[in-house]
Design a protein around this ligand. Structure first.
Ligand code: SF4
Length: 406
């Protein structure tokens, strides 16, 4: 582990002792299953570090194609995703996950509830052991971090039932557990058996990402009572993770307008005592369908500037269809830019240096320098080739009236 931390510290530009201290304080996690041997880019997530980006891949019950999922994995890693989550749902989840784990240079996460669903024809017929078996199986396979929706308790869903919502429950895992609890009139098995989950997490060194099954799925529902009731449950579960020395981060919303994002970050940090915050977007408006990688990047930049640590990307396919490889590429680039904007605003020396180098290349019309230092070098190169200029060094925007030419 020491050599992994040294590698991460070098990449971050911090001392290894700083990293160790933050891990000891539970403010930084390093998702790394003891069984994983092929992670070339290990990562640490949390306070005092650069903002990280996750890309979701994986098939659905309607579309499943291992070759395509591996192409998505390659695109995500090539464009700088720090982690990937395989959200495959369908009978061949094990084959897809094995292939992803075998080929991923970065940590891999899952939502085990999705695989558990495939055990029975009807999700409501699952028993607690089905969930635990899948968590163990995925731990054995080498999964580095898992979304566990243990905060969707009966107390929380009672509040949801009483208060109601415009957008309902939009988390796939959250809705499954809600239905399960309603049908079986029992407590959430991921809550009741949380100690058993902690045993498995400790055995395989899995980082738990406590899921937000009641996250708001529209602007109208942002910061409502069910959302924060679940966050308080996650605060208690965080303490139990720490007592058992299991790495933990907290998942957050969702659809949140810009004026409520800072409040959401502050509450998570207070209630969960500084645990790394992993936000899903957030989407700052509901009307961006087809462009939700931009909607998510706007919310993500603000959230990260205000203290969120980890951004889950959105793609142009969000709300519309299973992402294609092109969507993955666009989503990763947009979210990397959001993360970088936050790093700049936080005064991260490496982020500031990257901007300075780019500015100097731009000022001197050094196009190969601009290509090299851009977030998306290939796009810059392709644009130069597609739009040849009459006057050397300028571009077709101003041509001979280029303001930067001497
Ligand atoms: S031509 Fe205009 S847009 Fe292009 S590099 Fe010069 S100043 Fe910038």
């Amino acid at each position: 582990m020491r050599s992994v931390l040294e590698k991460i510290a070098r990449a971050e530009g911090v001392d290894t002792s700083f990293l160790e201290e933050k891990i000891r304080q539970n403010r930084v996690v390093v998702p790394l299953n003891g069984a994983r041997k092929n992670i070339e880019r290990p990562v640490a997530i949390g306070e005092g570090l650069t903002v990280k980006v996750n890309a979701n891949i994986g098939g659905s019950p309607d579309i499943t194609d291992i070759v395509k999922e591996l192409k998505k994995l390659r695109a995500a890693v090539e464009y700088g995703a720090d982690t990937v989550m395989d959200l495959s749902i369908g009978d061949n989840w094990k084959e897809v996950l094995s292939a992803v784990l075998e080929n991923s240079a970065v940590p891999v996460g899952t939502v085990p509830v999705y695989a558990a669903i495939c055990r029975t024809g009807s999700p409501e017929e699952l028993v607690a052991d089905d969930f635990l078996d899948v968590i163990r199986k995925q731990g054995e396979m080498g999964v580095d971090f898992m979304t566990i929706h243990s905060g969707v308790t009966r107390k929380v869903i009672d509040i949801y039932d009483k208060k109601g919502r415009t957008g309902g429950i939009v988390s796939r895992g959250g809705k499954l557990l809600y239905r399960w609890m309603k049908k079986n009139c029992k407590e959430n098995p991921l809550y009741e058996r949380f100690d058993d989950i902690l045993d498995i997490a400790r055995e395989f060194n899995i980082t738990l990402s406590l899921g937000d099954g009641l996250r708001p799925g529209c602007i109208e529902d942002a910061s409502d009572d069910p959302q924060f009731a679940e966050l308080y449950e996650l605060g208690e579960l965080t303490a139990r993770c720490r007592d058992r020395k299991v790495g933990v981060m907290i998942e957050g919303p969702g659809h949140v307008p810009l004026d409520k994002i800072e409040e959401n970050v502050r509450k998570e940090k207070e209630i969960c005592k500084g645990a790394p915050f992993y936000v899903l977007g957030p989407l700052a408006t509901d009307v961006g369908a087809g462009h939700d990688h931009i909607t998510g990047a706007i919310g993500g930049a603000l959230a990260a500037w205000k203290g969120a640590d980890f951004l889950c990307y959105l793609t142009p396919a969000e709300h519309l269809h299973l992402p294609e490889v092109e969507d993955v590429y666009r989503g990763v680039v947009a979210t990397k830019i959001a993360a970088h904007c936050a790093d700049v605003a936080r005064g991260n020396p490496r982020a500031l240096e990257a901007d300075l180098v780019m500015s100097k290349a731009r000022r001197s019309l050094d196009w190969s320098g601009m290509e090299k230092h851009a977030m998306d070098p290939k796009l810059v190169k392709d644009a130069r080739e597609k739009y040849p200029v009459k006057k050397e060094k300028t571009c077709t925007m101003c041509g001979e009236y280029c303001a930067l030419a001497d």
